[in-house]
Design a protein around this ligand. Sequence first.
Ligand SMILES: [Zn+2]
Ligand SMILES: [Zn+2]
Ligand SMILES: [Zn+2]
Length: 153
Amino acid sequence: MKMAGNQSQLAFSLQKIKDLGYKLTPQRIEILETVIESDSPLTVQEIHAAIKERHPHVSLDTIYRNLSTLTEAGLVGQINLQSRDSARFEFQGKHHHHHAICLSCKQSFCLDECDVSGAFKQQMENAHFKPVTHIFEVYGYCEDCQKEQDAAV
Ligand SMILES: [Zn+2]
Ligand SMILES: [Zn+2]
Ligand SMILES: [Zn+2]
């Protein structure tokens, strides 16, 4: 069942890339396959390592550039963890959403809803700014880390 789901997510993504007028390059397809198949968000290094198995010459920079295109297209979500070096990427497909990140164990949790309001969009319009994507992250402590903190007191 999971495979069928992955196939339709890939098909949806490839169509969206075409619809947005981006080129459908082999690297982009492979990056999408990699993030779709992964159960957890991946660092750019992990994605690079996976692609390199089949394409030994592809550079980290190429992966970065293609990831930002896929992020712009809304297909991949970036979890920043406060720095570009520790950023992780996950497949978002049709479901744009945000994350809560634990400052202690660095785990990220998917939040279901994007609550970027009409007021925010209005401000963009007032500034004559055309938004492409946005990042919103919540930092705090997960349930397990809160328990540990309580126990330590
Ligand atoms: Zn934690
Ligand atoms: Zn998520
Ligand atoms: Zn959002």
